[in-house]
Design a protein around this ligand. Structure first.
Ligand SMILES: Cc1cc2nc3c(=O)[nH]c(=O)nc-3n(C[C@H](O)[C@H](O)[C@H](O)COP(=O)(O)O)c2cc1C
Length: 341
């Protein structure tokens, strides 16, 4: 898949997810391979120029995390030159505009999905963005407020006409919950309307659902969100099975994966930024286990990283066939030392 002269291969993309799509999850995914484009979580545009890349939990990144798309939350073209200059300094590989977030707090500030109700404002944003970067410029949308082909078509054509290089469609209406089946058939419509690459998103959580989505939508690529936090190896599985990448099948050890994730949080994030991220990840990762809600609850109730780690090890000992044998014995002490305890 080619977006703005950059090749994305395999056409498998990590979805931006607030609190989840950060350096630790990205390196976990990279350890298995199969990812074509990584992402940050949504970034408040106004704050970016002043952020410290080494300390900011939103921006911290290791050199291997590439190609990496930075997703912007903005409500107007105001400040775009400064914000984009910052993104160029951060070595962004692509810039994505968030036009789909349904969160009330984001909408009240004039961002996310509220922008789909104001196409002329979005036109100005995209025109200004296009003038300020030669990087691939992409956008992510939902289907809108109601199912309205004409309105959605005009919006997508406007985006493509103003220079958006690739469009991701989360196939749900603004107010639809994740429990609702995604409308992949609407992605097929978008694909017919515009001639830039279209990426399908929504409830892809296995090789078979990836295959079904590609068949139904005809999309050029797929983007995966929640399932990436449950099974960070999902991109490798899809790349191997659908795109025939010669990736080795590796035996997954969930306790080791969790340890590596925890280590990345401890090594790369400021102490006060670690535990919240571990809890958020564990909420999804725990779904690998039949009794995973116990793991999620134990970590959720922890007051320190060390606490969380000790409780997780206890859980692995009781619920994982790998047990704790592959874990570093002194890891709790390492976590404690780094917490300054
Ligand atoms: C915890 C969480 C945070 C999210 N944050 C963002 C975000 O920052 N930007 C965005 O465009 N979408 C965000 N989303 C939506 C996802 O990118 C994606 O569109 C959605 O989860 C559907 O894909 P999935 O079924 O593969 O998870 C978020 C979703 C979740 C679950």
């Amino acid at each position: 898949m080619i977006a703005g002269l950059k090749k994305i291969w395999p056409p498998l993309l990590l979805a931006p997810m607030a609190g989840l799509t950060h350096s630790a999850l990205r390196t976990s995914i990279l350890s298995f391979g199969g990812i074509g484009l990584l992402s940050t979580e949504m970034l408040a545009a106004a704050r970016l120029p002043a952020e410290n890349v080494r300390l900011s939990p939103y921006l911290v990144r290791t050199p291997e995390e590439s190609p990496l798309s930075y997703q912007l939350l903005l409500s107007s073209e105001h400040n775009i030159p400064k914000v984009f200059a910052a993104l160029h300094r951060f070595n962004a590989d692509a810039i994505d505009l968030n036009l789909g977030c349904p969160a009330p707090v984001v909408r009240r500030a004039g961002g996310g999905s509220s922008l789909m109700e104001d196409p002329e404002r979005v036109r100005k944003i995209v025109q200004c963005a296009r003038r300020n970067t030669a990087l691939p410029l992409t956008a992510k949308i939902r289907l809108g407020e109601t199912l309205d082909s004409q309105k959605l078509r005009d919006f997508c054509l406007m985006l493509a006409g103003e220079g958006i290089d690739m469009l991701t469609v989360h196939a749900r209406l603004r107010a639809e919950p994740f429990a609702r089946r995604p409308r992949w058939e609407w992605i097929a419509k978008v694909k017919e309307w515009i001639d830039i690459p279209v990426v399908a998103n929504g409830s892809i959580d296995s090789v078979s659902s990836a295959r079904a989505c590609i068949e139904e939508s005809g999309a050029d690529g797929i983007m995966i969100g929640r399932a990436a936090a449950v099974t960070p190896w999902i991109f490798a599985d899809i790349a191997r099975e659908i795109y025939k990448l010669p990736l080795p099948t590796v035996k997954i050890s969930l306790p080791s994966l969790y340890q590596n994730f925890t280590r990345a949080l401890v090594e790369r994030f400021q102490p006060e930024r670690r535990l919240g991220r571990l809890k958020e990840f564990t909420h999804y990762f725990a779904k690998n286990y039949f009794f995973g809600h116990h793991l999620a609850a134990k970590v959720q109730a922890s007051l320190t990283m060390e606490d969380a780690w000790v409780r997780a090890v206890e859980f692995f000992g009781e619920n994982d066939s790998d047990g704790t044998s592959g874990l570093v014995a002194s890891f709790a002490a390492f976590v404690r030392g780094e917490e300054g305890g």
